[in-house]
Structure formats: C-alpha cells, structure tokens
Design a protein around this ligand. Structure first.
Ligand SMILES: [Fe+2]
Ligand SMILES: [Fe+2]
Length: 238
C-alpha cells in the first residue's frame, strides 16, 4: 500500500491510498485532504484500519499534533472511521461537521464534542477559510454536507464524482464526469433527493475551480459547469 501526497491547490494536500478490491468493483482510492494553515484541517479520516499509514503520510506535510480540525462530510467509515484515533493523536483537534451529523452521530461516537457548523457558516483556518454547505442526501446520508475553501475556490466534494480504479493522477483536467458516471451506474450510491439540482446549483454558484474528490483524481477546471452537467445526468435518469 503506497500512499501518495500531492499539493493540489495552494497548501491543500491530497493524501491518497490505492486499494485493490477482489470482491468489489476492482481498484479504488481513499483520499483525505489536508488544508495546511495556522489551524490545520483534515477533511475525512480514511477507514479506521488505515489510520497508521495515513498518519505517517500526513506527517510528510506537518506534525499530526498540530491538527486543529477533523472534518467529515457524512458518517461512514472512510469519512470518519478513525476520528477518535486522530483526536487522540492531536490533542487540540475538534471534529467538524454539520449540525445533523453532530446531533445524530458525532456527539455520541466521538471522544470530543463536534464543532457543528450551520449551513453557510464559515470557519477560518488562517489564510484559508472554509464554508459549510448542507447537502442532505446528496449524494447520500441525511447529515451530508461539503466544505468550500474560499481562497483557492476548492470544493471538498466528498463522494461526488467518485471514480473507480486504483490508479489516478493526483490532479487532472481531463473529464471525470464520464468515469464517475460509469462507476455510479452499476451500483448507484446517490439517494436522488428531490432537490438535488438545487443543491448542486448552490455549489456551482460558488464557482469552484478545484474539485477535491474523495475517490479518484482531484480535478481542475470550470467546476460550476461540471456540477451542472452532473445535475443534468442525474435528471436524465429520473
Ligand atoms: Fe459516502
Ligand atoms: Fe467516501
């Protein structure tokens, strides 16, 4: 298991673990994003069993004890399975999530209380600032939401645009919608919430230029256009 670390936007690092899944859809990747700043934030923990090597990889960028926030989009093992391991390794760290995640899961499961962000709330990390967007059931989970980093226009887009396969460049400007739709179709992981288009439109309005995908390559380009193309693809399917 070789974990790679690449800076995909100014002081935002993609930590990526490729895995092979003989019983699943072939290879896959689990990515975490580290915003290195005065108050460093890690978005997603990776699965619990992968904690030791992911911690080692993060330490190529900064000492784990410096972490201030451990963010998560929704409550699943790859998003927050090792949350308590990170909280133990970083004494000043707090979980960061939406209010629903805090209420339903994190404030019970986590060893320290969550910093629960309201929809639209901004958290300053120093030079970087992240804004929380509630996206219930997009792509899945009631508590789901995303962070948008305003200075680099990076959308930490979690499971949106998930691409299968274990080998990906850290950052691409090639199409990721086609590969992610090809991955989604056989085992659709979207909840298809009624206001999916409205939520994607709200993210598009922020005009992201980097999409920090949790599975597959991060992507650079016209993020608004790609988010709208995803809304179109989902709508076509009904
Ligand atoms: Fe998920
Ligand atoms: Fe995920």
């Amino acid at each position: 298991m070789t974990i790679s670390v690449h800076e995909i936007a100014d002081q935002i690092y993609r930590i990526s673990t490729p895995v092979t899944m003989p019983d699943g859809p072939g290879g896959f990747t689990f990515n975490q994003y580290l915003v290195a700043d005065e108050q460093p934030l890690l978005f997603h923990t990776g699965p619990r069993r992968m904690f030791p090597p992911i911690r080692e990889a993060l330490q190529r960028v900064l000492p784990v004890e410096r972490l201030r926030y451990i963010g998560l989009s929704h409550f699943e093992a790859d998003e927050c399975g090792s949350l308590n391991e990170w909280l133990a390794a970083a004494p000043a760290a707090e979980p960061v999530c939406g209010r629903i995640a805090a209420m339903v899961s994190i404030n019970d499961v986590a060893d320290r209380p969550a910093r629960a962000l309201a929809d639209g709330e901004v958290l300053s990390l120093g030079a970087h600032r992240v804004r929380w967007f509630d996206t219930p059931h997009l792509p899945h989970a009631w508590e789901c939401g995303f962070l948008f980093e305003t200075s680099t226009r990076t959308l930490l887009c979690g499971d949106l645009f998930t691409q299968g396969g274990a080998e990906h460049p850290a950052l691409t400007e090639s199409d990721i919608l086609g590969p992610s739709e090809a991955f989604r179709k056989p085992m659709d992981y979207f909840a298809h919430a009624k206001n999916t288009r409205g939520m994607l439109e709200r993210l598009a309005a922020e005009k992201p230029t980097t999409l920090a995908c949790m599975h597959g390559s991060a992507w650079r380009g016209d993020g608004a256009q790609l988010l709208r193309a995803l809304a179109d693809a989902l709508e076509r399917e009904g």
